[in-house]
Design a protein around this ligand. Structure first.
Ligand code: MRU
Length: 402
């Protein structure tokens, strides 16, 4: 039963599945709004008189809509704004694995709704015991979509626990509780990210620019993002911070997604190739680096998009404060240090033929880890919804889980 298994057990199971060659089903998804258009009317800070929520209510990363999940297909950004309507768990698995929905908190929300979709068709007249076994099986299935972002396992564990807590109830009642829990995860994420923004704002209120990597913005969460939340809060207070965005090879989440969402929100953004960050720091163009996280170990070591580690070394060399912004759900209290964090390795083609054009010889060996671990000694603070955790991190993190 998933809920009584530690996080490492889920990973061991994932590795077994991978070794067995399980790649999950391919999904045929219905595109409800497959349009090629400039989304600035939907996503503009300026057009909404500074009201963040009004702007983003019209363009949602992920939401529950009349019995199914609607999410933005992030593989199509920035040229196309395509919404996917997801009605089945296999389609949610595919969306998570292929990065149609990505970013740790958004993956957690997607998995929670995905689990509800998975079990919602279970016959109501069957026994609760059979239903709980079905819930556990689907938790294991969805947990195998990606290995690094702990929010995936966190959300599934939460729903698994909810199901088992109602083991004395009927199948329809447990289903209702599962949907409520998924809604709760979604709603809490918005408040949590806003609070991360408020707490992070204190660190950037005297700055004119920050640098970020990958996308830890609204499109990685239900709304505000984590690393970009202080920037959105600053804008709400009338302070427009410039964001230097690493393009983030190989899948260009910085160029395609961070630049897209900030530009559409009317926040000044300057795009950089990843190898330009040291120069930008040496020229004193940025006052801090803020990145998101996929998993934070008990000692503060932090897994985030590949390239974060080099950025932290560069920041240390230039005396630029380096912050991680993440909700408590991204901490893994069972993981003592970064070397225990499972790191996803993705297909060679992401490196050799990004976006359809071959850029390396056929048959070349490729190493493509999707994440790296930044050692805690390079991190100046971890911005959470309950405050900024400072070194020594093991003490501050222990207090989060006390
Ligand atoms: O592979 P991705 O695009 O899911 O990687 C995303 C990141 O590394 C983000 O920085 C992280 O998940 C934090 S999102 C608030």
């Amino acid at each position: 039963m998933l809920i009584h298994q530690p996080v490492w057990w889920i990973h061991a199971m994932l590795i077994q599945r991978r070794q067995a060659g399980s790649r999950g089903p391919s999904a045929v998804l219905r595109n409800t709004n497959s349009t090629m258009r400039d989304a600035s009317d939907d996503w503009s800070w300026r057009n909404t008189g500074g009201s963040m929520s009004t702007a983003q209510e019209r363009l949602k990363t992920i939401c529950w809509a009349d019995g199914h999940v609607r999410l933005i297909d992030q593989t199509r950004l920035p040229t196309e704004l395509v919404y996917l309507d997801i009605t089945a768990a296999k389609d949610m698995f595919h969306a998570i694995r292929t990065l149609q929905v990505r970013g740790a908190p958004a993956i957690g929300i997607a998995a929670a709704y995905g689990l509800y979709l998975a079990v919602s068709d279970f016959p109501d007249h069957r026994t609760t015991g059979d239903f709980l076994a079905y819930v556990d099986k689907n938790c294991r299935y969805l947990a195998s979509a990606r290995p690094t972002a702990v929010n995936l396992f966190w959300a599934l564990e939460k729903l698994g626990k909810t199901a088992h807590a109602y083991s004395g109830s009927s199948v329809p009642e447990i289903k209702r509780h599962l949907l409520e829990e998924a809604h709760q995860i979604f709603a809490t994420d918005r408040q949590t990210c806003r609070q991360i923004g408020e707490n992070g704002y204190e660190l950037v209120k005297d700055l004119s620019a920050i640098l970020t990597h990958c996308n830890a913005g609204g499109l990685a969460t239900s709304e505000y993002g984590t690393a970009l939340a202080p920037v959105y809060i600053a804008a709400e207070k009338g302070h427009l911070l410039r964001v230097y965005a690493d393009e983030t090879r190989p899948l260009l989440q910085g160029a395609r997604i961070t630049a897209f969402e900030l530009h559409k929100a009317g926040i000044p953004v300057t795009l950089l190739c990843d190898n330009m960050a040291a120069v930008v720091m040496s020229q004193k163009k940025v006052g801090a680096v803020i990145v998101g996280a996929d998993r934070i170990a008990r000692n503060g070591d932090t897994a985030n998009k590949i390239g974060t580690y080099s950025l932290a070394i560069n920041a240390k060399a230039h005396g630029v404060p380096f912050y991680v912004a993440a909700p408590i759900s991204t901490f893994d209290p069972n993981c003592p240090s970064g070397d225990k964090i499972p790191i996803e390795e993705r297909e060679a083609e992401e490196v050799t033929c990004g976006f359809g054009k071959r850029t390396a010889p056929e048959g070349i060996d490729v190493y493509n880890p999707a994440f790296d671990v930044t050692p805690h000694r390079l991190i100046d603070g971890i911005i959470t919804e309950v405050g900024v955790v400072r070194p020594p991190f093991h003490e501050g993190i222990d207090r989060l889980f006390a």
